[in-house]
Every structure is written in C-alpha cells, then in structure tokens.
Ligand binder design. Structure first.
Ligand SMILES: [Zn+2]
Ligand SMILES: [Zn+2]
Length: 995
C-alpha cells in the first residue's frame, strides 16, 4: 500500500477519495453517527411497493430500480424521484423514540409506523413501506460506507491523531452493531417477510445481501482492534473495558455472522462463493483457535465441507465439479455466472493466502475463461436469461476481476481486459500490477469473440463469420441451466453490423415473485425467438446437440429440446446454417421442426426499428391483445387463479400461460407461399449504446403454407433509454396433432439488401423430415440450402439437386454451374453432371479412455484425415447425450480431446456397500448411464439410478472399498462421473466442402 501511494497517482487519488468519505462521517458526533445503526425493531424493505409511488405509480421505474431518494439528514424519509414529494407524513424518529408506542404521533395522510402505509381503497394487502425502505437502504448506503471508509482511512492517514479519530468512529459503529446484531431477523422484521414469504431469511438485510455485513465488518475490525485499548471515549460510552468491547464485537457480531453462515439457518448465504469469501475473511481476522468453529474449521468448511446441507454449503472442490458445468459455465444465466467468477476469484485469492491454490485447478481455469468464449461478433454477450438488455453490449468481465486473476494466471486476454481500464483493476491494498502488464502491453490485442464456439454442457452454440468490417454471429441456445433462466429453449439470436438484430429483452425490470410482467412476459416463451406450443410457456428439459460444424463457408448448429414441452411434442428441433456468401455478406438459414399440439407460434423479436411486411398486413386489431380482441392488455386471461386479481397482488411464479396478453397492435395476413419482413434500424435514443444504425436492417424471408402471419408490439423494460416496444413477428399454425416446419432466411444488410428472392423448394419425397430454401442473389447466383432429420435418406430438390445428408449448401453461379458446396454427414450431393460424395456419419464405440491425457481409443478403424481438429463428435450414451471435440487424430483408432474436461460430477466416497456409493454432495449434472471413475480415473461401472445420499451403480460384481482408493493428499476417497466411458457410442461427423 505504501509503495502504491509513493509510486502511483491513481493510488493517491483512491486514498484521497476514501479519506474524503471518511471525513464526512467522522464529522458527525457520536450520538448522531450511532443512529446509522437502525435498531432491529424497525422493519426493513428493499422496495416501497411493487406499484411504485402512491402518486406517480410505476412511472418511478423509469428512473431505474430502487430509485427512491434518501438522505441521512432526513432520517426515515423517502423522496419520490419523479415528483420530489416526501413520505411518510409523520416524524418516524419521534415515534421510534417512544419505543414505537405513541400512535398519536402517526400524523398526516401517509403515516407509517414502520410496517407501512396502506393506500385507502386498495384491495391488495400490500403496504407502502417508506420507513422500511429508508431503514434498509440507509444502512446499505450510509452505514456500509461509513464502516469501510473510516476503517480504511485509519490506516491510510499519516496523522496518528486522525487515525485514532477514524478508528474510534468505526469502532463505535461496530460496537453498536454488535449490541443489536443477534436480534436482527429479516424474516420477522421486513416487508418481504411479512408480504411475500415468511421464511425470507436474513439479518439487517435479506440473506443474500447480508453477506456484506461480515465482508465489511471483518476487515474493519482488523483495523480498529489495536486502537481499542486507547479509546477512552468508547469505553466510557459503552461502560465496558476495551477487552469487553473487543469480545462483544468478536462474539456478538463476527462469530454470530460465522454461525449464520455455517449453522444451516440460511440467515447469511449469498450466491455461491459470497458467504465462503465472507467466512474466509472472518477466519483471517478472528484467527480463532479456541471457540468452534475455529478459523481452521472455517477454512475446511470452504474447501471441503464434509457435510453440506445444501449446494450453497458445498466445499469449493466439490462445487467446481458439481455446480460448474464441465465446459466452465455455472448453472445460471450468463450475467449471474459472472458473479461466480467474481466471488470464486476472491475466494481463491483468500485461499491462496492460506496456501491452497485453486488457480492451478483445470476446472477453475475453465470457469475464468468462459466469458471470452460466449462473446460474439467482437462486441456482444447474448442477453440470455437474466442477462443484460436487448442491445447485448459488452463482455461478462470487469477489470477488477481479471486484474485479480491476472496476478495468478498471466493470460493475454486478462491483460487485455485490464488494459481497457487499468485504474479500475488497481487495488490500493495489493501489490501493483504494472510491471507484469507491461510485458503484455507491446503485444497485439488477442482475438476475442470472433470464432465459432460451442459450450456442449451449458448448451450454447455460437456460429460466427465475417470480416474485420462486418461480423455476423448466430447463437442457438439449448441450455437447461436451472437458475435465472427464461423459458427460452432453442432461442436464436442474431448479431451483425455491430447490432443485436434478433434480440432477447434480457434482465427483467424487477425480479420478485409479484412482478406480473416478469412472469407474464419477459421470461415467458413468447418473448423469445422460439416456438410457443399450445399457447403455453415452456417447461425445461435437457438439450441435445445433433451437429455443430464450423468447417467451410456454411456452418451448422442443430439441436433439440423435446423436454421443453414434455408429453406435448415428439419433436422440437432447430437447425441453423450460417452461410458466408462473401466476407461481408452472410445469411442464416433457419429450420424449426415441431410435432405435437394444436397451435404452433414461431416468434422472432427484432430490435428498435421500423417494420414492414410484403405482402401487406391487414388493419390493426382495434381492441384487446394477441390473446384476443376481448382480452385487454396485461389481463391474465388464461390462468384461473390470477385472472380476476388486481395486477401485482400475488405471486406469478406458477404462471404457465401464453403471455399473449402483453402483445398489442396486432396485424395479420395469411402466409400462402412466401413473405418478406424488414426491420430497418432507427436512431439510438438518448442513453442507448452508441452504434451504427443508418441503412442497417434485417430481412426475414419466410417460406411456408397454411400459416398466419402476425406482427405485433412486444414490451421492453420501462427504462428511459429503451424503446416502448419492439416488433415481434409471429408465424402461427393451428390444427389437430400438428407437424410444422418453419423455414426462414435471415438477411442482415447495410445499404441495399442483397438477396433478390428466397423461394420455396419442392422436396421429393416431401415426408416432413427435410427443409430447403432457394436463395437467389442480386448477382444472379443461387444457393440451395438444405437440412434433414434423416441423414441417410435421399431427397430431390426442385427435380434437379439430389442430396442425402444432414445439411448441405450448393452454390450455383449465374450460369448455373456449381461453384461451392458443403455436405455435412452425407453420402451424396449432385446436380446434373456435378457430384460430391461423402462417407456420412461414422459410428464406433469407445474401447478405452485415458482420462488424464485426454486420449480416446475406439473399436473400429474409422478415423481419417477428414475428421479435422475442431470436429464435434456426438456421444450417444445409454440414457444421455453429449459431445466431445477432436483436437488431433492420432491414428485410425485413437484421437485426442486435449484438455476437455469430461467430469460432470463427483464427490467424496463416504462408504460403498453392495452396488451403492454413498456420498455427501449432490450431483445435479450426473445421470443414469454415465461412467463412474475412482480417484485414479479408472472406470468402476455405470450409474444406474439415484439413491438416497448417492447412487446405485451398474456392474457385474459388488463395489469394494478397494475399488475406491484414496489419492495422495486427499482426506477421503473420491469418485467422479464422466460423460464418456468405455462402451459409449461415438458419431464422427464428416463435412465435405468444395470452394
Ligand atoms: Zn411520486
Ligand atoms: Zn430471455
């Protein structure tokens, strides 16, 4: 720290800012400063009311979430960000001074006794929680800042008298907090506990945000402790000796926090890693050797908790295997996954101080790397699930995070992130980074977000092409991640010309259960670029990859998710072919197959744009919404429980209806053969990211019969910078036991559109298993694009092109001569005298697998040069499906998968008996049929089914303890579950191209 201060301007700037903040709090006299700690009997609430302000309603959300204004000089008052009026009408501090008893003090039209004000005539039980909002945010904003800045200032100032003064003020706050801390109980003392969920745990704040208390108070205690003995003022005020004050802070505040994290009460427990980090901070500052849990036991709890009661208590070692997919992504939306990177990097950093190095762990490294792999078109992170907004700008990284990681892993990409804003990555209290960064400074920026990438376990396939000037990316999500999800399986997003053209709204306005727009629309299937079946939102099932081929000018992603509508559909599959015509012109061929149900609504959502359709649409429906002329906007018409209740008055988490009531301005036209829809981008509104827009657009060429075309307006988050709505295009098919194929060609353009026409193709036999389109360009060339569910079957297109394969693209020059071809997993592609032959899919089985070296041996000599590095091999297990990527072909029966991690689960072997493994951790990503390994990575059988506290294993002989030896350095024997094992079938793709 001293070295940073001596050497760097940014360090002195950070110091001056901290001291300025601390001075503001140090200027308060003790009595007033103590009032920052609001006593437990005053309820807390993180929002005032779901409907916003009593006068201005939801208009306040245009200022963002939690936008009420509070001021330490106006205790217990909240000010409306729209009208500037103040609530409540009474002086709550005066009422509090009477022990919250003298109700004659509850004066005025908006009186609040702490438990909220009820709007006269409002039939819902919800109150307006003015005082509670102040209590919560006053402590979150003011108390937290005071504790942190005062403690840091005490070590930053050069003046010993000032240091004592800062330390005294900080110790005063810690002691006051310790007095109250055991009595805080969020479930019984909050708006959320009273109105939403009586088990909503926490202390000052809800259990997630409560992690900040130990994170702030631990380091602050470490600073002020040496000053306690000299703090006569505090001793006098507290009426206690320095040792007693010290003990009170340790026991009633810090050890209380330790217990709230580790005792299963759930009172402190953030997203995974946050409470672990807090616990390590407490272990460090308490250095507790006597009382339980000791600091040693706290560290053990974090690394390898022997008896976790829930996944949030899992030790880091097990969490990396079980709560992070094998491709490095945790089980949440991308934005929430970034939280894992942040928290676990801090945990790893703390553990490194205790001599445990996770930065060398291969799964941890994959966790650090995923944000770069999901980045597309050099600018965007797909706004999937609760992530970002429709503009999808930026990466899931921060200079702070990668500045920390860079200290342990000198990766050029991390250096590049840090270089975006070096000041942000510098930490006043750590050793400076500059020298190591300078080593990277002279190198060219690493390419990030330009290549096609696949995350097979998370379920995300990104196809990318283009040039420096124009990048195009099509991302197909087949993820079944369980947390912060939307009902969005098989969502397609499209990025081109520096814009997100097919969008997802991303992070909703609000996240609580009473938010009807969230569950009604934003997270519902109809708000996504996928197919809604029978006017109901999707469930969620495992996604299955059928192809990911990135070789040549026409790349393919093909996936299915029948579990999205379990029991309703027999087929729910989407194939995308990204065809690069020239380096600056590419289109996406999209084939979506659905079988089952009686209504299919294929939807795509454009970005902020003017919309047009040929042939023209009928007049707008005058009343109602997409749900019908008689269903008004936002009415939950298709849910008996929610239908007649006032909006926002109950929980909407169970809603599985259509969400059609949120779509308005409905215009319709029949689709008899083909149609063309255009979104022309409009000028960015104030506050939106800077982006090109002039003459940029997206055209959707639709091919279909017996469809209804519907255009309507879909809502967007109510933020000032957002457009009111975006145009949603729906293709609707209805009928008994429907089988649909929706074929679309998406043409991003800048300047003039460049596709002349997209025509339907006659497919013979037309058995419903194949799709095709003829794309005719302005220069006279034509492209046949084809996809089939039945690779082995032969089809004839327009009577002139013969094809058998999974996907194909045939380019004919203006004279009609074939000029380029791509044939994936096929045997033949022919037109006239021209013919390309292939070997089709080759199948074999795994004979053996060297898990440590990543080498797979197969039973049949089918590997040749045509299986290229990067080829994605499908794994067809008995009961599960996955894929591995070829890094190198060694010989006809051996290939390498490099450092691909096949472990989907694992844990300590508590005991084996008969054919059962008993363990202490859950394995959410494991399933029957997968191979079990011991700690030496030797196969021991296959999982047959889940059992209480473990698994039943399929194998001829009973399991013996000797089968699961303890590895060196491990505290107990361990097992792993892998996604590929001896006997599993592999399908090797073949992509033949001629250019
Ligand atoms: Zn207002
Ligand atoms: Zn979404």
């Amino acid at each position: 720290m001293r070295a940073n201060l001596a050497k760097y301007g940014w360090a002195r700037k950070q110091r001056d800012e901290i001291i300025a903040r601390a001075d503001k709090w140090a200027a308060c006299d003790d009595e007033r400063l103590r009032s920052l700690v609001i006593p437990p009997q005053v309820p807390r609430g993180y929002d005032v009311h779901n409907h916003g302000c009593p006068v201005h309603g939801t208009e306040i959300f245009r200022k963002g979430l939690y936008s009420w204004i509070i001021d330490f000089d106006r205790p217990f008052k909240v000010k409306c960000p729209i009208g500037g009026e103040e609530y409540p009408s009474n002086d709550f501090a005066a009422f509090l001074a009477t022990g919250m008893k003298d109700r004659s003090r509850l004066s005025g039209d908006y009186a609040d006794d702490g438990w909220g004000w009820h709007k006269p005539g409002d039939e819902t039980p919800a109150n307006y929680w003015f005082v509670a909002y102040y209590a919560q945010w006053g402590m979150m904003n003011f108390l937290r800042e005071a504790i942190t800045s005062l403690s840091q200032a005490a070590i930053l100032t050069e003046n010993p008298a000032r240091a004592r003064a800062y330390a005294h003020k900080c110790a005063l706050l810690l002691w006051q907090l310790a007095e109250y801390y055991p009595d805080y109980d969020y479930a019984k003392q909050s708006r959320e506990g009273k109105e939403h969920n009586p088990n909503y745990q926490g202390k000052l704040y809800n259990y997630i945000w409560e992690v900040s208390t130990p994170n702030d108070c631990g380091p602050a205690y470490d600073v002020v402790r040496p000053f306690l003995a000299g703090d006569a003022e505090l001793r006098k005020l507290a009426g206690k000796s320095a040792a007693e004050i010290d003990e009170e802070i340790r026991e009633r505040l810090l050890m209380e926090a330790v217990r709230c994290i580790t005792d299963g009460s759930g009172k402190i427990g953030g997203n995974y890693g946050r409470h672990q980090r807090a616990l390590l901070t407490l272990a460090l500052v308490l250095d507790e050797k006597r009382k339980h849990p000791t600091s040693e036991e706290m560290i053990q709890w974090v690394v390898e908790n022997p008896s976790p009661r829930n996944p949030m208590e899992m030790g880091l070692r097990d969490a990396l295997i079980n709560l992070v997919y094998r491709d490095g992504l945790p089980r949440e939306s991308l934005n929430y996954n970034l939280g894992w990177n942040q928290e676990l990097t801090e945990v790893a950093e703390m553990l490194a101080r205790f001599g445990v190095d996770f930065f060398k762990d291969s799964r941890f490294r994959k966790l650090l790397d995923w944000p770069f792999g999901v980045f597309v078109a050099g600018k965007f992170t797909p706004s999937l699930g609760d992530t970002g907004d429709m503009f999808s700008r930026g990466g899931q990284w921060t200079p702070q995070l990668y500045g920390k990681a860079f200290r342990y892993v000198p990766d050029a990409r991390y250096a590049w992130v840090v270089a975006q804003d070096p000041a942000l990555s510098q930490d006043l209290f750590s050793a400076p980074l500059d020298d190591r960064l300078n080593e990277f400074g002279s190198r060219p920026a690493p390419p990030i977000g330009l290549e096609s990438t696949l995350f097979p376990a998370y379920g995300l396939a990104n196809l990318q092409c283009g040039s420096e000037a124009i990048r195009v990316a099509a991302t197909l999500s087949f993820s079944s991640h369980p947390s912060h999800k939307h009902a969005d399986q098989l969502n397609l997003m499209l990025f081109a010309h520096d814009n997100a053209l097919l969008t997802d709204i991303g992070y909703p306005e609000q996240t609580d259960a009473f938010n009807y727009r969230l569950f009604g629309y934003f997270t519902n299937t109809i708000a996504h670029n996928t197919v809604t079946v029978d006017a109901a939102g999707q469930g969620r099932g495992p996604g299955v990859l059928h192809a990911f081929s990135t070789h040549g000018f026409a790349q393919v992603a093909d996936a299915s998710c029948e579990g999205a509508y379990p029991g309703q559909v027999s087929l729910y599959r989407r194939a995308n072919v990204l065809v690069q015509v020239t380096p600056d012109r590419s289109f996406v061929f999209d084939a979506f197959y659905v079988r089952g149900g009686s209504e299919h609504d294929y939807a795509v959502h454009g970005t902020q744009a003017d919309f047009a359709c040929e042939p023209g649409l009928g007049p707008p429906q005058e009343t109602g919404s997409l749900a019908g002329p008689d269903v008004p906007y936002e009415q939950f018409y298709d849910d008996l429980h929610l239908k007649d209740k006032p909006l926002g008055s109950l929980s909407y988490t169970g809603y599985r209806g259509s969400g059609f009531q949120f779509l308005t301005n409905v215009e319709r036209a029949p689709l008899s053969e083909s149609a063309l829809c255009t979104w022309r981008l409009t000028e960015p509104l104030k506050g939106q990211p800077d982006r090109p827009w002039k003459d940029i657009g997206l055209r959707a060429h639709l091919i279909g019969r017996e469809e209804e075309l519907i255009a309507c307006d879909g809502p967007v988050q109510r933020y000032a910078q957002m457009p009111k709505s975006v145009k949603c295009l729906i293709r609707r098919r209805t009928g008994e036991n429907l089988a649909s194929r929706f074929v679309t060609v998406f043409e991003p353009y800048r300047g003039k559109p460049w596709i002349d026409r997209v025509s339907p193709v006659e497919i013979e036999p037309d058995d419903g298993n194949a799709s095709a389109a003829l794309v005719e360009l302005a220069d006279g060339s034509r492209q046949y694009v084809f996809h089939s569910l039945a690779c082995e079957r032969t089809y004839v297109l327009d009577g002139r092109v013969t094809v058998s394969g999974q996907a194909a693209c045939l380019v004919l020059d203006p004279q009609g001569h074939p000029s380029k071809t791509m044939l994936l997993n096929g045997t033949k592609l022919a037109s006239g005298k021209y013919s390309v032959k292939g070997r089709g899919i080759r199948r074999s089985r795994i004979k053996s697998l060297d898990y440590a070296k990543g080498i797979i041996e197969i039973t049949d000599p089918v590997l040749g040069e045509d299986v290229r590095p990067g080829a994605v091999v499908l794994v067809k297990g008995n009961g599960f499906a996955d894929s591995v990527t070829v890094r190198k072909i060694i010989d006809s029966t051996h290939f390498s998968i490099g450092d691909e991690d096949l472990r989907v689960a694992g844990g300590p072997v508590v005991v084996v008996c008969g054919n059962k493994i008993v363990t202490s951790v859950p394995n959410p990503n494991a399933g029957p049929g997968m191979t079990v390994l011991n700690s030496r990575l030797e196969p021991q059988g296959r999982l047959s089914k889940r059992a209480e506290h473990g698994w039943l294993v399929d194998r001829d002989t009973p399991l013996k303890p000797d089968d699961f030896p303890k590895a060196d350095g491990d505290s107990s024997p361990r097992y792993y579950v892998v996604t590929a094992g001896p006997g599993d079938e592999l399908q090797f793709p073949q992509c033949v191209t001629e250019e």
